[in-house]
Design a protein around this ligand. Structure first.
Ligand code: HEM
Length: 532
């Protein structure tokens, strides 16, 4: 629609008074819906929001999570007593890891990928950014309260309310903004996702109830042990582990070349619902038995240890990562077995902690360190992993540290002796593995976007909009090469070709193409196999 030298482009008003004729005609074509290629802007916006979740997750992993965990363990080992560290600090560490790191990753990846799986990619991102802001602020507030920040009677319930609000907004986006209206989920992965996110909802409600109760009646911001255990079962086994199984049905199956998983979701649905009930009524022995049964069923259903049907997809990642995914599942089985053992031999105090870390570090962290660098870079605008060697270092350090930790914790806490001296070493090794992972992922994000096409493939007929939206740095290259009008407008018309833009500004098209060629030659992906 025209009015007084201005054109409405969506919600933007473009002042056409100063623009060349080719641009005005292109804006008109856009307004008539003649630009018929997929708009790269949506993908960029989705990847930017995902990057925010990943970066805040990495921050929580490194400092509020693992650094505080190491600190706690060093205090415990130096006093040779598992009660030496502050319970509030231990809970702050657990919260930062489960919600700050793993929760941020899961929410970000779910908001990025689930709408696509359902064929309705998101078009508005304001809600996604609100979720990120609410979640990050509330988890940070909770950590601050845990390490002794002031005003806990107000801060504790406030953080729980904000976490729940972020969760409800996520559900709103996933259910109402992106779910296909008619299709009921058919595959096991979707049902596991629903089960995992329902457990998160239950855990956040319990969290809110406990926080309000503590604020009104408690003496400190610490969950009582029985309720802390219920909360952890919901978060660790109900939410994170189940979501990891859901992601495994897609990514592990494809990347490890496995046969498709067994499809029946009913045993999982019944198991997860029963687990929520058992955890809420403090039936921990039966909850741990059920966890063991569910784990055995999941490992069988996902065919993790079956002979692969096809070769694994190794390109772009540390080539032994499939073995670490299998190792993560072996830790999961060990964690479930140790959990039952801890119930059967209650005086062996370290068994509970050993079980928890077999699951959290052995399974969750190893799983993320092994599959994350394989899939996340491609979600982040088709980036490449910064370094396979750093990925290898993170996996080996974490695994050796975890082995030392799980094997020495039960012995140290129950029998004492030399096992106490191994515990801090295990913590430093795990911390080094975490730092290698954080650096590798942050460096991956800091790299410029690679061009997954030959530099000679630059076409004068491709829209100018495609270049400047997919690779924003081309804007300054093109302006310097003569596209003056581009410097006066925020958004180029989607249907204006590079050739038309050159003609509009009397720029030399050959020179523009040569400059773009040079730009994209610098952006070629590193050769597969050439690693730092
Ligand atoms: C260097 C790595 C780590 C160290 C040194 C460490 C240390 C600790 C210590 C000392 C405890 C309390 C006693 C015990 O259960 O043994 C603990 C509890 C816990 N840790 Fe870690 N941890 C590390 C990594 C992780 C990771 C990666 C996660 C999650 C993915 C995690 C999640 C938890 C949870 C949920 C608890 C229980 C908190 C509670 O009781 O409420 N930890 N950790």
């Amino acid at each position: 629609m025209y009015f007084c030298g201005e054109l409405m482009m969506g919600r933007t008003i473009v002042d056409t008074g100063r623009l060349p004729e080719q641009w005005i005609r292109a804006y008109q074509r856009d307004a008539e819906g003649q630009a018929d290629y997929a708009d790269p802007a949506w993908e960029r916006k989705a990847a930017r929001a995902l990057a925010a979740f990943i970066l805040s997750g990495l921050f929580f992993l490194a400092l509020p999570g693992t650094f505080l965990g190491v600190w706690n363990l060093v205090i415990i080992s130096s006093h040779r007593s598992h009660t030496a560290a502050s319970t509030a600090w231990i809970q702050a560490h657990g919260h930062a890891q489960m919600f700050g790191w793993v929760g941020s990753f899961i929410l970000g990846i779910s908001l990025y990928i689930l709408p696509k799986f359902r064929g309705r990619p998101l078009r508005t991102f304001a809600l996604v950014w609100s979720i990120w802001g609410l979640w990050t602020a509330s988890v940070a507030l909770r950590w601050w309260i845990g390490i002794g920040g002031r005003g806990w009677r107000f801060g504790l319930p406030a953080s729980a309310i904000l976490e729940l609000a972020a969760y409800l907004l996520t559900q709103w986006v996933l259910v109402f903004k992106s779910a296909a209206k008619t299709k009921k989920p058919q595959d096991l992965g979707s049902w596991l996702g629903i089960g995992g996110l329902s457990s998160l909802g239950a855990a956040l409600l319990l969290n809110l109830g406990l926080c309000v109760w503590l604020a009104l009646k408690g003496r400190s911001p610490v969950f009582p042990p029985e309720w802390d255990r219920s909360f952890l079962i919901l978060v660790v086994w109900g939410f994170v582990v189940v979501v990891a199984w859901g992601f495994s049905t897609r990514f592990v199956t494809i990347f490890l070349g496995l046969e498709p998983p067994h499809r029946s979701a009913r045993p999982f649905a019944a198991g997860i619902a029963t687990l929520m009930v058992l955890a809420s009524v403090h039936q921990f022995f039966f909850a741990d038995l059920l966890i063991l049964a569910l784990t055995a069923y999941a490992v069988w259903a996902l065919r993790i240890f079956h002979k692969p049907a096809r070769p694994a997809k190794l390109a772009g990642a540390y080539r032994h990562y499939p073995a670490f995914i299998r190792l993560a599942y072996a830790w999961l089985i060990a964690g479930a077995l140790l959990g039952v053992a801890a119930d059967l031999v209650p005086h062996a105090t370290g068994l509970g902690g050993a079980s928890r870390h077999a699951v959290t570090v052995g399974f969750i962290a190893t799983f993320i360190f092994a599959i994350g660098p394989r899939i996340l870079p491609s979600f982040l605008n088709g980036r490449e992993l910064y370094s396979n060697r750093w990925m290898a270092a993170s996996l080996w350090l974490l695994s050796v540290g975890c082995f030392l930790r799980v094997s020495s914790e039960a012995v140290a806490y129950s029998l004492g002796g030399n096992a106490w001296t191994l515990l801090p070493i295990s913590a430093y090794l795990e911390f080094a593995g975490v730092i290698a992972f954080v650096i590798n992922m942050a460096a991956t994000l800091a790299q410029p976007l690679p061009a997954w096409f030959a530099a000679q493939g630059i076409s004068a007929q491709l829209p100018l909009y495609w270049y400047v939206t997919s690779f924003p740095k081309t804007r300054s290259v093109l302006i310097e090469a003569g596209l003056k009008t581009l410097s006066k407008t925020k958004k180029a018309p989607r249907s204006l070709s590079l050739a038309e833009a050159a003609a509009a500004d009397h720029a030399d098209l050959n020179h523009l193409v040569a400059e773009l060629n040079a730009f994209f030659r610098r952006r070629q992906p590193r050769r597969v196999g050439r690693n730092r």
